[in-house]
Design a protein around this ligand. Structure first.
Ligand SMILES: [Ca+2]
Length: 193
């Protein structure tokens, strides 16, 4: 697991470097945003496409398949279906959270999930870009091989530096995972203030 975290962190640092050049620097005078609705786009895949979520796979891109489906719905008309064949340890989706100032905030990441044939579980990842802060890594390892829709959530503190928050939801190893209604909310100012 340590190796996985290290690899993920390194890969995402590379992504951060390549993406930074394409982004307009954010105004430092922008007011803090606590509008959780704006933090994650296409949270329930109701656009019928996966974008603006990106996909992230450990190595072999053929080892995970991503499809927007209409036959296993938690809400709305669309759901994301991820299938892993077991050749790689992880594959999932990532997205940069909205541009609000999240420094020092306590937050909750939530995803609704349904699974069949899971071997290892589901993992949440949170990366604090433009900082050296360690990413958040939370594994849901007690879901069992097959389970109906259930809410997965994990709370974390954003470091006190200016940062952009990237979230990820990963299927670990083999299995079929459906995801819907992913949300990121500000709960309160961080308690370490
Ligand atoms: Ca949906």
């Amino acid at each position: 697991m340590k190796h996985f975290i290290t690899v993920t962190f390194c890969v995402w640092i590379l992504c951060a470097c390549t993406q930074r050049a394409e982004r307009t620097p954010e105004e430092t005078s922008s007011p803090p945003s606590t509008d959780s609705a704006a933090l994650i786009q296409n949270p329930g895949f109701e656009s019928g496409t996966i974008e603006p979520w990106g996909t992230a796979i450990h190595a072999n891109p053929q080892s995970y398949d991503f499809q927007i489906v209409t036959d296993a719905i938690r809400s709305g008309r669309h759901t994301l279906k991820i299938q892993g064949d077991g050749r790689e340890p992880w594959g999932g989706i990532i997205q940069n959270a909205g541009s609000g100032d999240l420094a020092g905030k306590r937050m909750r990441l939530t995803a609704w999930a349904k699974g069949t044939g899971l071997v290892e579980g589901v993992q949440f990842i949170v990366v604090f870009k433009d900082t050296m802060a360690m990413p958040v890594d939370h594994v849901f390892s007690n879901l069992g091989a097959s389970f109906d829709w259930q809410e997965l959530h994990h709370e974390f503190d954003v470091p006190d530096q200016k940062t952009r928050v990237e979230i990820g939801v990963m299927l670990l190893g083999a299995g079929t995972l459906w995801l819907d209604d992913i949300s990121l909310e500000v709960i309160q100012p961080s308690q370490h203030h």
